[in-house]
Structure formats: C-alpha cells, structure tokens
Design a protein around this ligand. Structure first.
Ligand SMILES: Cc1ncc(COP(=O)(O)O)c(C=O)c1O
Length: 380
C-alpha cells in the first residue's frame, strides 16, 4: 500500500524551501517597486539586488566578474552561446560541445550551425564521461568556445571541467559551463574550475521557478540578443524579478551552508535505493558509479518500458530515459551517446532525490518497484 505521493524527480524541479518563500514575500506586497526606478522604492530595491549579486558571486567562489539575472538556465544558455558567437563577428566559428548536453545547449548549437557556425561534439565513454584525450584533439585553434555541463541531468555524471578549461584556454577559447544540476549538490567554485561562463537555475535547488543567472568572468564580452531597457549590463533587458533574485540568493545561501550535511543525508538514501534496486536481477546502473552527483541514480530495468511504468505509477514521481518527439518515443540522447542499447534506454528510470526525501520513501519505492516487476515480468 502506498501512503501517498513520492517525489523522486528533483532534477526536474524542487520544492520551494519555506525559508526562501519567507525571504521573498515582502517583495510581492511591500517592496514591490521597480528596481530601476529612481524613487525610494527603486533605490532600496537596487541595493537589495546588488547585495544578492555580491552574495551569489561569493557563494560560487567568484573573486571577480559579473552575475546576470535571467529567467532560468535555458535563457542563460541562449545568452551565453549566442552572446559569444555573435560577439566573435569575425574569426573563429567553431563551437565544441558534447552529445550528452541538455537540449537547451544542443538546440542553441543547432541554431548556430544553421547560421554558419561549425559545431563539433566530444564523445563520451560508456559511463558518460568526456575523454580528455579526444577533447585535446577536437578543441583546436579554430575553436571559439566549448560548452560542457558540470553535472549531467540524466545520470548525475560529473565532467572534468577544470581539465577541459585548461585545454580550452590553451586554444584561446572560452569555456561555457552549464552547472544547472551541480549548484547546491556538489561544491562549485568558478575560480577553481576556471570557467569563463557558469549557468544555473534556481528551481533546481529549492528557489522558485523563473529565476536563474549566469556568471561572467571579468573581461568577458557578450553580444546582446535581447534588446530593450538595457538592464543587466545590456545583456538581458526587462524589469528585474526582485522577489526571485532574493529567493535565488537565499536558496543558494542555504544550499552552500548545508552542503556537507545535505550531501550525507541525500547520498545515504540514494545509495540505499541504488543498492536495493541493483540487487534485482538484470538491472544496471547508467553512469559512473563514483564520479556522480550524490542525488541521482539512473537504472535500467530489464523487460520494462519506463514510459508505461511512469504513466501507470503516477503517484511516484520519477523520470524516464526517453523523450517524446513527434509522437514517437526515442531513447534518451544521453544514454544513446553512452552506447546503451535501445532496450536498456527504454527501461531506464532516473531517481533524483533531495533533502526532503526520507528512508521510509526509499523503502516504499523499492517495494512498489518490486511489485510492479513481479506483475509485468513474472520471471523476475
Ligand atoms: C543541465 C540542465 N541544463 C539546463 C536546464 C534548463 O533549465 P531551465 O528549465 O531552468 O531553463 C536543465 C533543466 O532540466 C538542466 O537539467
């Protein structure tokens, strides 16, 4: 018997933290002005925004540079990739990325390819890791930028960003890092990683949806592709979402201050879930066993279709390893790039936990899956 809903889909989005909501509330009802206005309301809010910018910079380890507020990672990715491409109006035209990137990066690259940029892909191994030897060959003197994520959204695999930044900078190119699934889950220090641009989204770490940011290293120049009032250093025109910015900063503060304790809590539950599920005959882990964010487990179950599983077990929030394109289910591009066969990809379920999940929920999920497998694959 299930006791209710279980949410193990925290890589899709997370529950807003109560403390974040409390910090945001005054900015809806009392301090509701426009931060660009020159009267009392605007001036006070501009100070709040600048404080949030400084705090966020501190929490991601930046000693210098800028924070640009956006609506989330998709927008940040567009601003970064198009901004870099359009700024380089003459000269280099090659952008290197990876087949396992999020669709926001892949589709933006596809658009840039249509208008004349060359896109090259770094391959990954069977565990989802980029090989530095291949990267060394592919990132060459023609390369303008390299766009690689820190933590993969489907598998949790952590890419060697620091080393990739070294190979990138050696060719005088820029490293754009999508850290959407990393922030709040693993330590992120932009100076140590040596990235030129870092991208993140609040709703992945208990801030609200609709607020994100990008960090730009000092001296980084981007061409604006959104025009208007010239907000955010001219890169993202439009009235600032002050409540969201306060929420983003508060959520980041909470995540960073509690990262060790939360990692221990989440990893213990993730590992328990994983060890129980992997003891089921025929199951396999997708991704690297160790070089992985502590909250994700992507497991292939033999003989099941994850999409059917999810649509039958709607009270259990998990994600599957396929995407519906033009009414046809395709295996996940991430799992396919890792060389995982279609059957295993269609049977892949992603469990992504947060600090709000409990051991009792893990036990319940294991029991639900056991019963499901007994029903649909009687030989199990
Ligand atoms: C790695 C990664 N990049 C980008 C995004 C897009 O984020 P948003 O929905 O905030 O635009 C996601 C969301 O799932 C993600 O996981």
């Amino acid at each position: 018997m299930t006791t209710g809903l279980i949410y193990f889909d925290n890589n899709a989005t997370t529950r807003l933290d109560q403390a974040v909501l409390t910090a945001m509330l005054p900015y809806f009802t009392e301090l509701y002005g426009n931060s660009a206005s020159q009267h009392h309301f605007g001036l006070e809010l501009a100070k709040i925004v600048e404080q949030a910018r400084a705090d966020i910079m501190y929490y991601i380890g930046g000693s210098d540079g800028k924070i640009i507020f956006t609506s989330g990672a998709t927008e940040s990715i567009n601003i970064a990739l198009k901004g870099v491409a359009f700024e380089a109006s003459v000269g280099k035209t090659k952008i290197v990325t990876c087949a396992t990137e999020h669709q926001a990066v892949l589709d933006t690259c596809a658009y840039l390819e249509q208008i004349g940029f060359e896109i090259a892909f770094l391959p990954v191994d069977s565990m989802g890791l980029v090989s530095l030897a291949h990267a060394e060959q592919i990132i060459d003197e023609q390369t303008l930028a390299v766009a690689i994520m820190l933590v993969n959204n489907e598998t949790g695999v952590i890419q060697p960003i620091h080393e990739l930044a070294r190979l990138t900078h050696r060719q005088d190119a820029l490293l754009i890092c999508d850290a959407t699934q990393a922030i709040g889950k693993i330590p992120v220090d932009v100076d140590e990683l040596n990235v030129d641009i870092l991208i993140f989204s609040g709703h992945k770490f208990h801030a609200p949806k609709g607020i994100g940011a990008l960090y730009l290293k000092r001296g980084m120049k981007l061409a604006a592709h959104m025009h208007g009032g010239g907000h955010e250093y001219g890169l993202r025109s439009g009235t600032l979402n002050v409540a969201g910015i306060v929420g983003l900063s508060k959520a980041l503060e909470i995540a960073i201050k509690n990262i060790e304790q939360n990692t221990m809590h989440i990893k213990q539950k993730r590992d328990l879930l994983e060890s129980k599920l992997l003891s089921i005959q025929g199951t396999s882990l997708n991704g690297h066993p160790n070089l992985r964010a502590p909250n994700v487990s992507n497991i292939s179950f033999p003989g099941i279709d994850a999409n059917t599983f999810i649509s039958e077990m709607t009270y259990l929030a998990v994600a599957n390893g396929s995407a519906c394109t033009s009414a046809v289910f395709e295996p996940s591009h991430v799992l396919r790039a890792m060389g995982i066969d279609n059957q295993a990809a269609f049977g892949a379920i992603r469990f992504s936990l947060s600090k709000f999940n409990t051991e009792a929920e893990v036990e319940e999920v294991v029991s639900l899956i056991d019963k499901y497998l007994l029903r649909v694959t009687p030989i199990h």
